[in-house]
Design a protein around this ligand. Structure first.
Ligand code: ADP
Length: 299
C-alpha cells in the first residue's frame, strides 16, 4: 500500500524582527533564515520518518532545490512531482522577541496544480492506496473526487480553513484531521465533544481526529471515541505539531496498528516536535518516538 501526499511545499523566509511591521514602516530584521516548510512538506517528512512509503506530488518552481533535496534525502519518492514555470510557494514569517509570529503565505507553484495533472498523477495509484490532502494547493476538489473514484482512502486536513471548503463534497473524505480552531470554523461549536457530535451527525461515515494542543487529542472512528492526553514537554516551538501528528497517525494506521496505538504514537511524536525549534527540522525519527514511549511505559 502506497501513500500519495498531493501537498504544498514552501520556502519559509523567517525574519527575526523587533516588532511586527506597521503600515508604511520600513524596518531592519536582525536575521533571516530560509527553511523548508509548507504543510504538505511537513506531513511527507513525518510520514517517511514514521516508516511509511510516501510519494509526494504537486508542482515546484524556481528556488525549490532545498525542498526537493530534503524530501529526496529523507526517502520521499518524487516521481510525480512536476517542475512548473513559476515561483516556488513561500511564506514570509516575522518572529518577535516574544516568540509571536505573523505569516504572509504565497501559494506560488502550489497553486499551479491543474485538474489534468491531478487525473494523471492519481491514475498511477490503486484502490486501497492512501491520499493525503491539505488546503494549500489548487484543485483540492478534483483531488478528493479523483482519489475517491480510484478507491483510495482520502485524508483531509482542511487547513488553512476557508468557508469555500464546505461547498466541496466533504462526505467523500474518509479521514478528517482538524485542530480546535478548524473544528469551531466547521461547526460553530467550541467544546471537543460538541464538535465531534456535530461532525458525526453531518458526515456519519467520516473518521475524525481532533487535536487539542497541550490537552492532547480525541478521535472519533469505528464507533468509538478515544481520548489521548498530551505528553508533558517544555514547549519551544509548536510549528508543525499538527502535521507531525497527522503523519505519524496515518503511518501507524497503515502499518496495522490499532486506533489507541495510533493516537499514542502521534501524540508522542508531536510532543517531541513541540519541544524542538523549527518546522520539518523538529519532526522526530521513529526510533526517537519509540524511545519516548518506552520511557513513558517505565514510569
Ligand atoms: P496544530 O499544530 O494543527 O494547531 P495542535 O496545536 O492541536 O495542532 O497540536 C497537535 C498535537 O501536538 C496535539 O494533539 C498534541 O498531541 C501535540 N501538542 C501541541 N502542543 C503541545 C504541548 N504544548 N505539549 C505537548 N504536546 C503538544
Amino acid at each position: 500500500m502506497r501513500i500519495l501526499n498531493f501537498g504544498s511545499l514552501n520556502l519559509d523566509y523567517v525574519y527575526q524582527v523587533p516588532h511586527f511591521l506597521t503600515p508604511g514602516e520600513t524596518m531592519a530584521a536582525s536575521s533571516v533564515a530560509v527553511v523548508p516548510g509548507g504543510k504538505g512538506l511537513n506531513q511527507s517528512i513525518a510520514l517517511v520518518r514514521a516508516g511509511a512509503d510516501v510519494w509526494h506530488a504537486g508542482t515546484v518552481g524556481a528556488g525549490s532545490d532545498v525542498l526537493t533535496e530534503l524530501l529526496a534525502s529523507s526517502g520521499v519518492n518524487l516521481t510525480w512531482l512536476k517542475r512548473g514555470e513559476g515561483i516556488q510557494g513561500s511564506a514570509i514569517i516575522q518572529v518577535t522577541p516574544a516568540g509571536e509570529n505573523a505569516i504572509l503565505l504565497c501559494g506560488g507553484s502550489n497553486r499551479e496544480i491543474t485538474a489534468q495533472q491531478v487525473r494523471e498523477t492519481i491514475s498511477h495509484f490503486d484502490c486501497g492506496d492512501w491520499l493525503i490532502l491539505q488546503n494549500e494547493v489548487s484543485c483540492l476538489k478534483e483531488m478528493v473526487e479523483e482519489g475517491k473514484k480510484r478507491g483510495m482512502h482520502v485524508v483531509l486536513n482542511p487547513s488553512p480553513f476557508e468557508e469555500k471548503l464546505l461547498e466541496m463534497n466533504i462526505g467523500l473524505i474518509d479521514w478528517l484531521f482538524i485542530n480546535e480552531v478548524e473544528g469551531r470554523q466547521m461547526t460553530g461549536i467550541t467544546d471537543p465533544d460538541g464538535i465531534l457530535n456535530a461532525l458525526h451527525s453531518r458526515y456519519p461515515q467520516i473518521s475524525t481526529v481532533l487535536t487539542l494542543g497541550k490537552e492532547g487529542a480525541v478521535c472519533d472512528a469505528q464507533g468509538t471515541r478515544i481520548y489521548q492526553p498530551a505528553f508533558e514537554v517544555k514547549a519551544v516551538d509548536t510549528t508543525a505539531a499538527g502535521d507531525t501528528f497527522t503523519g505519524y497517525f496515518i503511518a501507524a494506521y497503515t502499518q496495522g496498528r490499532n486506533l489507541r496505538e495510533c493516537m499514542l504514537r502521534a501524540t508522542a511524536a508531536s510532543a517531541i516536535s513541540v519541544s524542538r525549534a523549527g518546522a520539518s527540522a523538529s519532526i522526530p525519527l521513529a526510533a526517537q518516538v519509540d524511545a519516548m514511549l518506552a520511557n513513558a511505559s517505565n514510569m
